[in-house]
Design a protein around this ligand. Sequence first.
Ligand code: UD1
Ligand code: CA
Length: 459
Amino acid sequence: MNIVILAAGQGKRMRSDLPKVLHPLAGKPLLRHVIDCASSLAPQRLVVVHGHGGDAVRNAIDAALPGNDLGWALQSPQLGTGHAVMQAVDQLDDAAPTLVLYGDVPLTTRDTLLRLIDAAGPDRLALLTVVLDDPTGYGRIVRHEGRIVGVVEHKDADEPTRGIREVNTGILVAPTPALKRWLAGLSDDNAQKEYYLTDIVGMAVHDGIPVDSVQPGAVWETLGVNSKTQLAELERIHQRNVAERLLDDGVTLADPARIDVRGTLACGRDVSIDVNCVFEGEVSLGDGASIGANCVIRNASIGAGTQILPFTHIEDSTVGAGARIGPYSRLRPGNRLGDGTHVGNFVEMKNVQMDAGSKANHLAYLGDATVGRRVNIGAGTITCNYDGVNKHRTVIEDDAFIGSDSQLVAPVTVGRGATLGAGTTLTRDAPPERLTVSRARQLTVESWKRPQKAAKATK
Ligand code: UD1
Ligand code: CA
C-alpha cells in the first residue's frame, strides 16, 4: 500500500497563524491523527503533501515522530487535489495501490479504510462515499444504472446533479500505474480552474476499470476541519467516542459528556471518574481507582483502589495502591508515591519518592526528597531544595515525624524514627530516634507592661 495525505490547503477560515493541520484535536495535531491511522495500515510508502506553512508542518511532525520514514512532497502553488497528488507520484510504488487521505479529516477509522482497500483490491478504483441530508459544497457521485460513472464538483454541477445526496468524501484507493496515467491527463478546465482528483473517476470508467464505493461506519469519519466551529464539533465527537469506549469497558463515568481524554487512558475494573476530569498523555488507573471531580492527570499511573480527590493535578508521577491524594493536591513531575500514602490539600510535590504509609496531609512543599515508610509530615513543612543555583536532596527516613512549620534546608537527612519539633529550621542532620528542635527558647518577661495611650483631655 502507498498512502498519500493531502495537507497543503491553507485553512483561511481557521483565522490562525498555525497551519490548519497542526491544530490539535484531543491534544494531537489533526495531521498526526491521520498519520497515526495511516501508519497502522503498515504502508510501504507514506507521503505527506504539504504547502501552506510547509516547513512548520514538516518540522512539527518530525519533532513529534523522530526517526519517522515519511516522504514529503511540496505543493506550491496549490492548484487542486489532483495537482496535490501529482507532487507525490514519483514516491509511489507501482506494485501497490495508493490510498489518498486528507490531513484535515482526522477521525477516519482503520476499519473503514481496510474495507475501502479491500473493495479496491489490486486493480479497481474505490471511493469512500456518504449520503448527506445537505450535500452542499461536496462533489456528487453520479451513477448510471447503479454504477458510478463520475464525480461532479458542486460548483460545476447543474440543478439535477446538485440534487444527488451521495457525496465524495475525497478518500479513495486507486491502482498506482493507472493513477499516474490519469493524473497526467487532468486539465483545469472547470469552474474553479483546479486540477480535480475527482476527474480520475470518469477516466477510470472510460478505461473500463471498475469503480466501487464503500460507506464509512459513521458520517463523522469523513468530516473535515475548516473552521474552529468544525474543530470543536469534531473534538466533542471524538470525546464522546472515547467516553463510550470507556463505558463499554465497564468504567463508571458520572457524565460521559464531561470527560476529556487527550492521549490514552487505560482503566482496570470498577474504576470511577467524576465530572470534568482531563487525562493527558499516557494514564493508567488501577482496579477500583476513583477520580474526583475536576482533576487533571497527565502521564501518570494510579494504583488499585487509590482515591484521587477533587481538584488534584498530577503530572509524570506514579501513585501506588490504596493511596489517597487530594483534594487540591499538586504532584509535579517525578514523584513515586508508595501504597497507602496520603497527600492532602495544598501539598505540592516534585521529584519525591515517598514510601508506603507516609503522609503529608496539609499545606507543604516537598521537592527532591526521599521519604521512607510511615513518615508523618506536618502542616507547613517545606523542603528548601534550591539554593538559587543547585537543587539538593532531603532524606527523611522511616517513621520520622516532622513537626508543623519546619524547614528542611537540603542537603539534609532526618534519621529513622527522629522527631522534629514544630517550627524547626533544620540545617544539619537530625539523628535517629531523637527530638531535634531549633527555635528560640520561649520566655516570659514578667516586668513587661503594655504601652498605655495617654488619656485625652476632656473639657
Ligand atoms: C474535495 C473533492 C470533493 C469532495 C470534498 C470532500 C476534489 C476536486 N473535490 O473538495 O469532491 O466532496 O473534497 O471534502 O477533489 N488540498 C491540497 N492541495 C490543493 C487542494 C487541496 O493539498 O491544491 C487538500 C486540502 O488541504 C484538503 C483536501 O486536499 O485536505 C481537500 O481540499 P478541499 O479544498 O477541502 O476540498 P474540495 O476541493 O473543496
Ligand atoms: Ca477547493
